[in-house]
Design a protein around this ligand. Structure first.
Ligand code: B3K
Ligand code: ZN
Length: 861
């Protein structure tokens, strides 16, 4: 396996400036004729080495002359002694119907589509398949007119015609030079939804949304979301769309969420198709945010792209930040922030603690597809958010303007981004930019000390060593900081080191001095989750409740309760009681917010098993899971009357996806999930199910039933399974509920579900819904003491890896996070990882993650 290093970057030896492709589609023999205009970069004498995989080369000419001195390997086409500027033409054939890795050109339910990021274009034709080679493309697609009435590629359609043999063709031209990873081709028979958008400068853009036949009624929300995103990017960043047409195609087989190909986005149908009967509020939210994300890439990613794949966060961190801003504007700030914090704490912190730890700009990669991670995406977005905090809204916008002014049309680096930002601020960003190169989760300790007439609060940082980096330096951390007392009064530090609620922690430690007070001061740290760090601070339950009651920042308030829940659960883990006064405190805290449905529903969610893992080491799965269960059950029992009252106070008319309703519906369903644990409420749950006129409530009822007794749950699941048996996208919710149910016979149940007529190992959505949900979220089943859950996943992955390595490598993640668990589990997990590693023909994707994981000797061992 070849490791690629960021430090080894070399500019391309040749440039390709123009590409002409003519593609004749055929299931097992698609013919790709390519004409490339190539120029030597500089005066060297290197061979021309083009990337190519799984291609069958049929013809090759240079400037119309036959070539015979070339060499073809498994991964390249090598041509020695070429001129300084020439036209290379090749003809290759490829087999879309046997492409189950879903990379390159493949068939998805009869639809031809492509996925080229990161390195998929080389499975379509020979090319310099790297993001710093930018070319204009002219693409002519030929296909059967009856079976494939729609033939699409990037840019604008410029010509079309019929052939004599029942095929037809369409020619596309994309005037914007782009890297090969943004190439797309789609062909099929779709239903089409159209609209137009008039840009801020009065340009008309045709919008086209292609969906499976019969699914038109599920497309409107995505189209409307697109228009909202286009408007928002004009208003907030002054960015306008740059082609005459913007197309979105929904396909059923897709490895990720969606892909921002220039002018022709390809989407996992899960993130396009939504109506109230089939999609939950969360699905609607996701559709809007993924549509926006891909649209925003048109500037952050496409117009300004990455120099090399190590710079992936340049486009992904920034675009995630932009889509988060957009979603917060479209919906609400607080629940968005909490949603992102959960992702960071449950998944990114776990990644950083594992063998896969890497900086947001990685230094070494075996398989690039393994680096589309929560670190690059979500921690990357947190780093951009910190810049936004430091520069302020206007400063950040000025930096973005400068970035586009300098780099429009270029392939650049994260350093280029930071230096554009640097040019608009007096703050020195040199220290800040360490966030790009240092991996790991900083720990911030906060301690208090009385000294004479003052209180000293010391804030210090330390980043523990990670698998990839032993030595860590201090970071530049904008830390939300305030100080209150038990009555909620706010205090300022003497020297005014905290400004606008932010303490700039730019060294190992800073001590703040406060005038002596009658009562203890309570530091309130990390307002709005101002940095992706862990806080180490010992606050007692009274102080946490005081923060909940009095802090200004709603994130801090929510977080204080989460910490209190975590503490209560640790009491149960240690066989201790939770004091009556704490239950009383919790009751009055929650009832003080009983009409603030947004904060209330977030506060009624008990930290997940995965979140609890983050504050623990040497985890005994059974004990922690049981302690959490005990707490959640007692919570429901003690607060049943209050919960019932909240449930009854929320009444909603017909379903609408609007913020007020979404918040109320969420609160009602969160409350129901607690009530569902108590057998006496099973009728209420059934009634919720029966009376539901939308998927959000239907699923809410199923989840509530899942918490309770098995009889009503099974009956409701049967009814749901029957109702949606022909709708795989909806059935995924059902697969996932089955897979996360705690039951003795879970493994045989999973095996049975794999035989369901709608299940297919070839469809990543199905696999994620069933196998992914089990491995990531079925705590008791996956972590069964005898290791059978680990073994089950491993068997499945061995099979999956031979067809779809990308998805297999994603699903192996829970096994690679063995370091958090106790010896017993670690041993069982590593046994399975070792078994995987022994497999012949293991993909690079799985090999990279498994071998790293097994080589990692963590301090937890
Ligand atoms: N850029 C794509 C991800 C491509 C995944 C390659 N394995 C989606 C996105 O982030 O918008
Ligand atoms: Zn993206």
């Amino acid at each position: 396996m070849q490791v690629k290093r960021r430090a080894d970057y070399q500019p391309p030896a040749f440039f390709i400036t123009n590409v002409e492709l003519t593609v004749h589609l055929h299931p097992h023999s698609t013919r790709v004729q390519s004409t490339l205009h190539i120029k030597r970069n500089g005066t060297h004498q290197h061979d021309l080495v083009l990337d190519g995989e799984q291609l069958n080369l049929v013809e090759i000419t240079i400037d119309n002359q036959t070539v015979d001195h070339h060499k073809v390997t498994d991964t390249a086409l090598i041509i020695p002694s070429v001129g300084d500027e020439f036209i290379l033409s090749t003809v290759c054939t490829i087999a879309p119907d046997s492409n189950k890795a879903l990379e390159g050109l493949y068939l998805s339910n009869g639809v031809y589509c492509t996925q080229c990021e990161a390195e998929g274009f080389r499975r379509i034709t020979y090319f310099l398949d790297r993001p710093d080679v930018l070319a204009t493309y002219q693409v002519t697609v030929h296909g059967d007119k009856k079976v494939l009435p729609t033939l699409l590629s990037n840019g604008n359609p410029v010509d079309k015609g019929d052939n004599d043999d029942g095929t037809h063709w369409v020619k596309w031209h994309d005037p914007h030079p782009k890297p090969s990873y943004l190439f797309a081709l789609v062909a099929g028979d779709f239903d089409l939804l159209t609209d137009t958008y008039t840009t801020m400068n009065g340009k008309q853009v045709a919008l086209e949304l292609y969906v499976d036949k019969g699914k038109l009624d599920r497309g409107q929300f995505a189209l409307d979301s697109l228009k909202r995103a286009m408007k928002w990017d004009e208003q907030v960043y002054g960015l306008e769309y740059d082609l005459e047409i913007y197309m979105v195609v929904a396909v059923d087989f897709f490895n990720m969420g969606a892909m921002e190909n220039k002018g022709l986005n390809v989407f996992n149908s899960k993130f396009v198709l939504a109506n109230p009967a089939t999609a939950t509020d969360e699905d609607f939210f996701n559709v809007e945010s993924v549509i926006a994300h891909e649209y925003f890439h048109n500037w952050t990613g496409n117009r300004v792209t990455c120099r090399d794949w190590f710079q992936l966060s340049l486009k992904e961190g920034l675009t995630v930040f932009r889509d988060q801003q957009f979603s917060a504007d479209m919906t609400s700030e607080l629940s968005n922030r909490i949603k992102h914090v959960r992702v960071i704490r449950e998944h990114q912190f776990a990644e950083d603690a594992s063998a896969m730890s890497h900086p947001i700009r990685p230094d070494e990669v075996i398989e690039m597809n393994n680096f589309y991670t929560v670190t690059v995406y979500d921690k990357g977005a947190e780093v951009i958010r910190m810049l936004h905090t430091l520069l302020g809204k206007d400063g950040f916008r000025a930096g973005m303007d400068e970035y586009f002014k300098r780099h429009d049309g270029q392939a650049v680096t994260c350093d280029d981004f930071v230096s554009a930002m640097q040019s608009v601020t007096d703050l020195n960003l040199t220290h800040f930019s360490k966030w790009y190169s240092q991996s790991g989760t900083p720990e911030i300790s906060v301690t208090r000390k009385r000294e004479g007439d003052k209180t000293l609060i010391t804030v210090s940082q330390r980043t523990p060593a990670t698998a990839d980096q032993q030595e860590k330096e201090d970071l530049f951390i904008p830390l939300g900081f305030s100080c209150i007392d038990a009555t909620g009064q706010q205090y300022q530090d003497r020297a005014g080191k905290v400004t606008n609620g932010i303490l700039l922690l730019d060294q190992q430690q800073i001590t703040l001095t406060y005038d002596q007070q009658e009562s203890e001061l309570i530091p309130v740290v990390l307002a709005n989750f101002s940095a992706p760090v862990r806080i180490k601070q010992s606050l007692d339950s009274t102080e946490l409740l005081a923060i909940f009651l009095h802090a200004n920042d709603d994130f801090n308030r929510w977080d204080a309760l989460q910490q209190l829940y975590d503490w209560c659960i640790s009491q149960y883990e240690a066989n201790q009681q939770v004091d009556e006064t704490i239950w009383e405190g919790l009751k009055s805290a929650l009832s003080s917010e009983k009409t603030n449905f947004e904060l209330l529903s977030e506060c009624l969610i008990i930290p997940s098993f995965e979140t609890l893992c983050q504050s623990r080491t040497n985890i005994n799965v059974e004990t922690l899971n049981a302690a959490r269960e005990q707490f959640v059950r007692e919570f429901a029992e003690r607060f049943e009357p209050e919960l019932l009252a909240i449930y009854q106070s929320i009444s909603l008319a017909d379903y609408h996806y609007d913020q007020q309703d979404v918040i109320a519906r969420r609160c009602k369903n969160v409350v129901l999930a607690h009530l569902g644990r108590l057998q006496q409420n099973s009728e209420l749950v059934q009634q919720h199910y029966t009376q539901s006129d939308n998927m959000t409530d239907t699923l809410g009822a199923l989840k509530a039933a899942q918490q309770g007794h098995s009889d009503p749950f099974n009956a409701l699941m049967d009814s749901f399974g029957e109702r949606w048996k022909s709708d795989p996208l909806v059935l995924d919710k059902w697969f996932s509920l089955h897979a996360t149910t705690e039951r003795e016979d879970i493994l045989s149940h999973l095996t049975m579900l794999q035989a369901h007529p709608q299940f297919s190992i070839e469809n990543p959505n199905r696999v994620r819904a069933l196998i992914g949900s089990f491995a990531f979220y079925n705590t008791s089943g996956f972590h069964a003491l005898d290791g059978s859950g680990y073994e089950y996943l491993t068997d499945y992955l061995i099979n999956l890896d031979s067809s779809n390595p990308q998805v297999a490598a994603r699903l192996v993640t829970p096994l690679t996070q063995w370091q958090r668990f106790n010896k017993h589990h670690q041993h069982k997990m590593k046994t399975q990882l070792a078994r995987l590693l022994e497999q012949e023909g293991l993909s690079n994707d799985v090999y990279e993650k498994v071998s790293k994981s097994l080589a990692y000797e963590s301090s937890a061992e």
